[in-house]
Design a protein around this ligand. Structure first.
Ligand SMILES: *Cc1c(COP(=O)(O)O)cnc(C)c1O
Length: 383
C-alpha cells in the first residue's frame, strides 16, 4: 500500500555499508557507528543493529537521551556520547552506562560527584574520552597541557572513572587538505604524548575520523573511526556515494493522489507561482514541507514516477506538491512517486537535493520529519 509519505530504509544496505567501511580499516581498528539524530532520520535502533551486524563494535550519539534510547531498546554495545553534557544530563548518561567526553578538570570533578550521587549505576567505572580541539573550534580544549591534566585527573580520581580514550574532530575532512593534515599532525602528537604518559598498562582508544576522514586518509584511523553519514550510503564528500561503493539506504516516496488537466493560463499551488503556458497534466503528491520537502525546492526538484523524471512545479506547500506530467496522460492516480531513491534507470540522491538546496546531505536527511512513516526492509523483504 502506498502511504502519503514514507521513508523505506533498507537495513541490508546499512549493514553492507558498515561492512564496506570496516573493510577499509586495518585489522584491529574499530568501527564506531554514529547514530545521532535518529541515525539522521533513518532510525537509531534499527541502524545501530544493522551496523553492529556489519562489523561495527561501538556506537556513538550526540546526547544522553539518545544513549538511553539505545539501552532501552536492549543494545549492549559501548555507547559514546559525543556532545557536551550538562549536570542535568549527566545522570541520564550514567543511567545509560554511556561513555562520555571530557576536556576540563572541572567536568571530571562534576562527573565524580554525579557518579557518587547516582543510584542506578553499576560498579563498572565510567569510561571517559579526553577531547583535544585541534582546529574544529567547538568542543574540546585547545591546550595539550590541559588535555593531559584532564587525563591525569581522571586517573587520580580512582575507580569510579577510567581514562578510556583520546579524540579530536576534523573541521575540513571533506575539504581543505592542508588544514586537515595540520589537525591530524597535532592530534597524532598529542595521542603519542598521552600514551607515553599513561603507559601500556592502560590501553587507550585513540580516535579522530568521521566518515569523510575515514574514506580520505587511513592515517586518520588510529584505533577507531566514527562513521555516521557513510553508514547510510551517503557520500561524505557530498558528491556521489557510488564513488565510495556506498549504497543509499533510504528511499523517500509518496504517491499520485490526483491527476488533472491544466489549460494554458491555469495555475497550481499557493501564489499561483506556476501558471501553465500550455495544456498539460498535473499530478498532486501528498508530501510537503511538513514532511521535510523543503519549500526552497519550489520549482527546483525532480520527482521520479514509473521510471520517468518529472519537474516539481509551483510552491511546495505544507502537505502537497505538484508535478508537471506533460501533455501525455502517462501517469495514473495511485502510482508511486520517488523523491529520494531510484525508479527504473532514474535516480535522485540525497546529494542531488542537497545541491539544489545549497546544503549537505546530513541536513536533508535530518529534515525528514516524524510525520513520514518509516518502513524497514532487507533488500525488499519486510522486517
Ligand atoms: C557526527 C559526528 C561524527 C560522524 O560524522 P559523519 O560525517 O556523519 O561520519 C563523528 N564524530 C563526531 C564528533 C561527530 O559529532
Amino acid at each position: 500500500m502506498a502511504l502519503r509519505a514514507q521513508a523505506r530504509v533498507n537495513l541490508a544496505a546499512s549493514e553492507r555499508n558498515a561492512a564496506a567501511l570496516k573493510a577499509r580499516l586495518a585489522p584491529g581498528v574499530e568501527l564506531c557507528a554514529v547514530v545521532k539524530a535518529r541515525a539522521s532520520g533513518h532510525g537509531a535502533v534499527p541502524v545501530a543493529r544493522a551496523a553492529l551486524a556489519g562489523g561495527a563494535t561501538r556506537l556513538a550519539v550526540a546526547t544522553a537521551g539518545e544513549a538511553l534510547e539505545l539501552r532501552d531498546a536492549g543494545l549492549r554495545a559501548p555507547v559514546l556520547v559525543l556532545g557536551a553534557l550538562s549536570s542535568e544530563e549527566l545522570p541520564v548518561a550514567l543511567a545509560a552506562g554511556a561513555e562520555v567526553v571530557a576536556w576540563t578538570e572541572g567536568f571530571v570533578d562534576g562527573l565524580a560527584r554525579a557518579v557518587a550521587a547516582a543510584e542506578d549505576v553499576g560498579d563498572a567505572p565510567v569510561d571517559v574520552h579526553v577531547k583535544l580541539d585541534t582546529g574544529m573550534g567547538r568542543l574540546g580544549t585547545r591546550s595539550v597541557a590541559e588535555a593531559l591534566a584532564v587525563a591525569d585527573r581522571l586517573c587520580a580520581r580512582g575507580s569510579a572513572m577510567r581514562l578510556a580514550g583520546a579524540m579530536t574532530h576534523f573541521a575540513t575532512a571533506d575539504g581543505d587538505p592542508e588544514f586537515f593534515a595540520a589537525q591530524l599532525m597535532a592530534f597524532g602528537s598529542f595521542a603519542g604524548q598521552l600514551r607515553e604518559a599513561v603507559g601500556p598498562a592502560s590501553p587507550l582508544t585513540v580516535h579522530a575520523a568521521n566518515s569523510a576522514a575515514t574514506v580520505r586518509d587511513p592515517a586518520s584511523h588510529f584505533d577507531m573511526v566514527r562513521c555516521g553519514i557513510a553508514l547510510h550510503g551517503c557520500d561524505p564528500m557530498n558528491a556521489d556515494p557510488d564513488d565510495w561503493g556506498l549504497e543509499p539506504a533510504l528511499e523517500l516516496s509518496t504517491y499520485v493522489a490526483a491527476v488533472k488537466l491544466a489549460l494554458p493560463g491555469e495555475s497550481a499551488g499557493y501564489g499561483r507561482r506556476f501558471i501553465s503556458d500550455r495544456t498539460t497534466w498535473l499530478a498532486t503528491l501528498p508530501i510537503g514541507y511538513a514532511d521535510g520537502v523543503r519549500r526552497d525546492l519550489s520549482d527546483d526538484c525532480d520527482v521520479l514516477i514509473a521510471g520517468r523524471r518529472y519537474p516539481l512545479v509551483g510552491r511546495v506547500s505544507m502537505d502537497n506538491v505538484t508535478v508537471d506530467l506533460g501533455p501525455e496522460p502517462r501517469v495514473e492516480v495511485g502510482e508511486v512517486a520517488i523523491l529520494i531513491g531510484r525508479s527504473g534507470a532514474e535516480r535522485q540522491t540525497v546529494e542531488d537535493l542537497a545541491r539544489r538546496l545549497d546544503t549537505i546531505n546530513h541536513e536533508v536527511l535530518c529534515g525528514i520529519s516524524d510525520r513520514v512513516t518509516r518502513r524497514y526492509h532487507r533488500d525488499g523483504e519486510p522486517v
